[in-house]
Write a protein that binds this ligand. Structure first.
Ligand code: URA
Length: 247
């Protein structure tokens, strides 16, 4: 048995699956959507050059992900970014059908400038890998783009400060499905509270005139503390997989 299969079976066991059941080998691949590719890759001069207070940030001229990244980097987030070395923007395939949205970067993410770069990211990747999703099949970002001082939890004001950016991010990436990882991500984008009762319950997120189906999932960091909940997470992941296959 090769190492990849062994690791997958170990994951099923960890998830509380009694009889290891390997999902069909057909991988869920991102379908290409028609896009303005040049516009997506070129950093344009539309990014604000001055430090603009968040409330007045005008992202209406931002047309590409690179420009959004540049705008975030130029943005003065005030005390929110006091504990951060850098902006943590995104990783993965921006053209994938699935956009994964976490909460806020930890120390590892701050050091590397990449979301979900630490232990919870490794678990997230394994969870998605268990439903045959590889790195090319999803795009990852967070509601909050800076590591918060001393790892404090985001407050409502922090979320509002970052809201224009995550909304624009969704609008530009145009995924088919959102995976909302953790209660904060769910409540920030849907208004629904209580991840214990709402994980696995499809919600709608409307941004820029488009409505996206969004599945709330337990945060991997929470699952690391509460492994008995992995069984529920597994069910939610299968639900996600079914929906992706039906696109
Ligand atoms: N937790 C998150 O929600 N996001 C990260 O990027 C890392 C940990």
């Amino acid at each position: 048995m090769d190492a990849a299969l062994r690791s997958l079976l170990d994951w099923y066991a960890e998830m509380g699956v009694d009889v290891p059941k390997v999902p069909p080998v057909r991988p869920v691949r991102a379908k290409k959507k028609p896009r303005e590719t040049a516009a997506r890759t070129a950093a344009t001069s539309t990014a604000p050059t001055a430090l603009v207070p968040a409330q007045k940030a005008d992202l209406s001229k931002i047309k590409t992900l690179d420009a959004l990244h540049a705008a975030l980097t130029a943005f003065d987030a005030g005390p929110l970014s006091d504990g951060a070395r850098q902006v943590v923007f995104a990783r993965g395939n921006a053209e994938a059908d699935l956009m994964v949205i976490g909460e806020s970067p930890g120390r590892d993410e701050d050091n590397q400038g990449i979301p979900f770069a630490g232990a919870s990211g490794q678990l997230l990747d394994r969870m998605l890998g268990a439903i045959a999703l590889g790195p090319e099949d999803f795009y990852v970002t967070n509601v909050i783009n800076w590591h918060l001082l001393k790892g404090r939890n985001p407050k409502p004001d922090d979320i509002e400060l970052c809201r224009p950016f995550i909304e624009k991010h969704i609008e530009l990436a145009r995924p088919k499905i959102l995976l909302l990882v953790g209660g904060l991500s769910m409540s920030a984008l849907t208004g629904v509270t209580g991840i214990m009762k709402n994980h696995g319950q499809w919600q709608n997120v409307t941004v820029g005139g488009e409505t996206y189906p969004a599945l709330p999932l337990y945060h991997p960091a929470f699952l690391l503390r509460r492994p008995e909940l992995k069984k529920d997470a597994w069910r939610d992941l299968l639900n996600l997989r079914e929906t992706l296959l039906s696109l």
